[in-house]
Design a binder for this molecule. Structure first.
Ligand code: UT7
Length: 324
């Protein structure tokens, strides 16, 4: 008995930016990007594809899939770090766009881990009141927050949105447990400044601009270690072995991170869902997009044990285990 995913949806911008096209933007190559990241292309938002618009489409698709009307939604929890506005929250923009007039709405910021943090919050609300139905959304338009002259970052990220409708089930299906961690001491390794202060006394010295900055190699090492530790802690706490997990849907940052994780945790390739080659790293959107694809491709059956794990700026990380 617990919190179940009633439906999934996603929305990707139309424009595909290939590695080949990036060769004319920065000093890079298709070969380098593929071999170091596993990324072949990413989607880039265009007109009418702001974060809230992509998120609203993903949300409508999740509602359709769940057979839930928008009026039944009590809460919208939205994970993002790249909405075009700081206030109103992207969640409130989505609420207005889809007409979810009975919902309250707010954003969570946990970078690439944000969707899982949001799912955990939804679980807590639903455990407290079984009648609640909640939209959990992950969306990014990071193309608007990249330094397109920095080959260390601009080749990695993409735009998109994914959403789930969460509700309560009397069956023995649902979220089994979660494990989360954060380490603010390492925040500088993967960060993005807000716009520069308009109060001279609060100006940031040496302001680098409001775009993603990353120490890639360090982030890589921490990502593998943190996700491994989180998954182990969660499986131990739940008394579940990796052999009995049917599908792992990790945050899609880099194929080499995922392969290392699979090696350390003994995850067979066929149980590891990977779509990073098509979309790059869509940060908070990557897990709900991947979940929607896995769901629509029929890769998840009722009763399957599905494991999610993520790592991102903050640092933030975590894992969630569910019986589908
Ligand atoms: O979403 C969660 C957070 N993000 C991540 O999880 C990303 C984690 N990090 C990574 O995925 C990898 O560290 C990167 C893909 C970012 C970089 O791969 P790497 O194997 O760690 O490369 P590196 O940063 O150590 O760079 C190796 C070389 C350098 O040249 P030198 O100094 O050896 O001459 C870089 O300047 O590759 C160079 N390089 C590039 N070359 C061509 C860096 N970016 C590029 C590029 N094209 N785009």
């Amino acid at each position: 008995m617990g919190t179940v995913v009633l439906g999934t949806g996603s929305c990707l911008p139309k424009r595909i930016l290939t590695n080949k096209e990036l060769e004319s933007i920065v000093d890079t190559s298709d070969e380098w990007i593929r071999s170091r990241t596993g990324i072949g292309a990413r989607r880039i938002g265009g007109k009418g594809e702001q974060a809230y618009q992509l998120a609203a489409k993903a949300a409508r698709r999740a509602l359709d899939d769940a057979g839930v009307s928008v009026d039944e939604i009590d809460l919208i929890v939205l994970a993002t770090i790249s909405s075009h506005m700081i206030m109103p929250s992207c969640a409130c923009l989505v609420q207005n766009e889809i007409g979810a007039k009975n919902a309250f709405a707010y954003d969570v910021n946990a970078a690439c881990s944000g969707f899982l943090y949001g799912l955990d919050l939804a679980d807590k609300y639903i455990q407290a009141d079984h009648s609640k139905k909640i939209l959990v959304i992950g969306v990014e338009t990071l193309s608007a927050k990249l330094n397109w002259k920095d080959r260390n970052t601009c080749i990695l990220f993409g735009d998109g949105a994914g959403a789930v409708v969460a509700g309560y089930s009397e069956s023995d299906h649902g979220l089994m447990g979660a494990h989360f961690g954060s380490d603010g001491a390492l925040g500088d390794l993967l960060c993005m400044h807000a716009p520069q202060s308009l109060n001279p006394d609060l100006e940031i010295e040496g302001y680098p601009g409001s775009h993603v900055l990353m120490g890639g190699r360090e982030v890589f090492k921490h990502a593998v270690r943190a996700m491994e530790d989180s998954v182990r802690s969660l499986l131990d706490a739940q008394g579940v072995s990796m052999e009995s997990v049917d599908l792992v849907i990790p945050h899609q940052a880099n194929i080499r991170i995922l392969n290392k994780l699979a090696e350390r945790l003994n995850i067979p390739q066929e149980k590891l869902f990977i779509n990073v080659s098509k979309y790059g790293n869509t940060s908070a959107a990557s897990i709900p997009i991947a979940l929607d694809e896995a769901n629509k491709e029929g890769l998840i059956s009722p009763g399957d044990t599905v494991l999610f794990c993520a790592f991102g700026g903050g640092f933030t990380w975590g894992a969630v285990l569910t019986k589908w």
